[in-house]
Design a protein around this ligand. Sequence first.
Ligand SMILES: [Zn+2]
Length: 504
Amino acid sequence: MSRFYVTTPIYYVNDVPHIGHAYTTVTADALARWHRLLGDDTWFLTGTDEHGLKVQRAAEAAGRSPQEHADVTSARFRETWDLLDISYDDYIRTTEPRHHAAVQAFLQKVYDNGHIYKGAYEGLYCVSCEAYYTEADLIDGVNCPIHHRPVETLSEDNWFFRLSAFTQPLLDWYEANPGAVSANGKRNEALGIIKQGLEDISISRTSIDWGIPVPWDDDHVFYVWYDALINYATAVGYGDDPERFEAWWPAVHHLIGKDILRFHCVYWPAMLLAAGEEPPPHIDVHGFLLVGGEKMSKTTLNQIFPADLVADFGVDGFRYHFLRDVPFGTDGDFSYEAMVSRYNSDLANNLGNLVSRVATVVGKKCDGRGTAPSPDSPLAAIAAESYADAARAWDDVAPSIALDATWRLLREANAYLEANEPWKLDPGPEVDTVMGDALEVLRIVAILASPALPNLTPVIWARIGLDGSPADQRLPEAAAWGGYPAGRPVTKGDPLVPRIGTKG
Ligand SMILES: [Zn+2]
């Protein structure tokens, strides 16, 4: 059996979950659901990153302990994922004992392997990024490139990771694993960083204590970024259950935004090599989700929160829009109007109207019982193509293409009904065949769309009289033409996806 292990970044608890976080998480969720349909042994990890100076300062400002603060803010992410029907298998928090143990085991191994040493560090530090910058990185030599605010000079005794020693091993690894980072432009970006030459990096702090203690030196805690990356290993048993780790690690797929490419595509593979482990075999990098052409941030007050959109579009409408309209890998610009238009065209019209039309005609012309599809239907070949295209696209982490391929089948089915006009025919074999074909399309689409629409697709499934749920079906067998059984009760119900008027 093949395995599929998918991760989102663990989100920083100082952030409030917005549609940028939701975009990555919904994508990971849809991929996990697709792999479950394929029968893959699937593990889906998300969680929160809870250490570091920013959390310590925010907690102080709120009059709470860092742990209390992290408890409150981590729960906001969890509530958001529950709202969006995110089917995570594990929700990791970096303040958990299992993570402390894994981080200490991992970095002890790197230390024992001779890749960590002590040195003095003075650098230009952005508190918001929790990262040091070189002067060349800064805007006008003083401002953080992400936050556009002045950095601080920070000086301390640190433990350093000998990243410089991994320049060549990383280049060798990238050459041996041409598909490790997608899309291709992102792979080149990572290679560009490595080829510039890598400098050793500081991985510990003495200036704060809200972190995981360095096992060989009590005065230090690990710097938040290096503790955070290890969560992906913690969650599949690193340092605790070697068999589990060996089984799952080769199946890992990291989904990340391009702003954390350096950490995931350079530092993390090097850390794994230093610990004697394989770098992650798949890192899928997406672009920014922009609002009004700008990255969302607390400082620019342009954040959009999932609950606000769910109120208007429902959970499935929310999920469908981001999966369908923001191609994975490129920047996307959020637009409420585009969301309304996609909702109305794809969900209300193509899907919702087909469901209600089929139920109406079956009710009037077929005694409310579903009829069998024809093996020779012109829709059979289109269904096969739609499935093949969708499967390839999900495999390529391209949900927008996968859903477009799936909706092609709906569009063709609507056109087929328009051409045959079964509502004008007398009851009989001709109507039965046309309606059987349309029901079969709904059965197949309910399965193929279930990763995006986990709430609507079971409703369609029930209305066309099928037992169980679309998510319980197994691909590719379940997508084969001819699976809809005749004689099931077909029910009309309320409009599945009511149209939304544009807000004036
Ligand atoms: Zn910054």
